[in-house]
Design a protein around this ligand. Structure first.
Ligand SMILES: [Ca+2]
Ligand SMILES: [Ca+2]
Length: 172
């Protein structure tokens, strides 16, 4: 999808039913997309990113959400799945806005992928969370897991506030 004036609105979400999605060149408005089942965020136009935009966005998959190519953003960004999110490529938020990942089942980040943001990062999950590399420059990181929580490298580079990484697990 390539559209300068936005795709969907907060009130009028565009519902799609596709297997793979690539969004580029959205400068205005926002991106509000809900897919009806599984969705793969993938680079389809050879610009090395699956999502590259300058606007607020929310992408929801009713099924599983796979991120297989990089996501670049500088605004509020929500990725949500009613199933599982697999982070197989980088998510980079260059702005100071919030990056939110939320899923009903697991959120799994594979070893090579980084999640990096200047602003806050929220991972909210009712089941298991496996994180490999999560970094914020100035914001806070909150990870809420209803199940197992496994994290290898979660860093906040904000030296003024050393307590701004909060991780909770519901594992019993
Ligand atoms: Ca789909
Ligand atoms: Ca692309």
């Amino acid at each position: 999808m390539n559209k300068a004036s936005g795709i969907g609105t907060e009130r009028n979400v565009l519902t799609i039913d596709v297997n793979q999605l690539d969004v580029t060149n959205v400068y205005d408005g926002g991106i509000y997309i809900t897919d009806q089942d599984d969705l793969i965020l993938k680079d389809l136009n050879d610009d090395a990113t699956a999502i590259d935009t300058m606007v607020t966005k929310k992408i929801v998959a009713t099924g599983k959400l796979d991120i297989v190519d990089d996501i670049r953003t500088n605004q509020n960004f929500v990725l949500a799945s009613s199933d599982q999110i697999n982070i197989e490529s980088n998510i980079i938020n260059s702005g100071k806005e919030k990056l939110t990942l939320t899923a009903t089942n697991d959120i799994i980040q594979i070893i090579d992928a980084i999640v990096l943001g200047a602003g806050d990062i929220l991972i909210d999950e009712t089941d298991n969370v496996i994180l490999k590399a999560l970094t914020t420059f100035e914001g806070s990181i909150a990870v809420n897991s209803g199940g197992c929580l496994e994290a290898i490298e979660v860093r906040s580079l904000n030296i003024d506030n050393v307590r701004n990484v909060l991780m909770t697990s519901g594992y019993k």
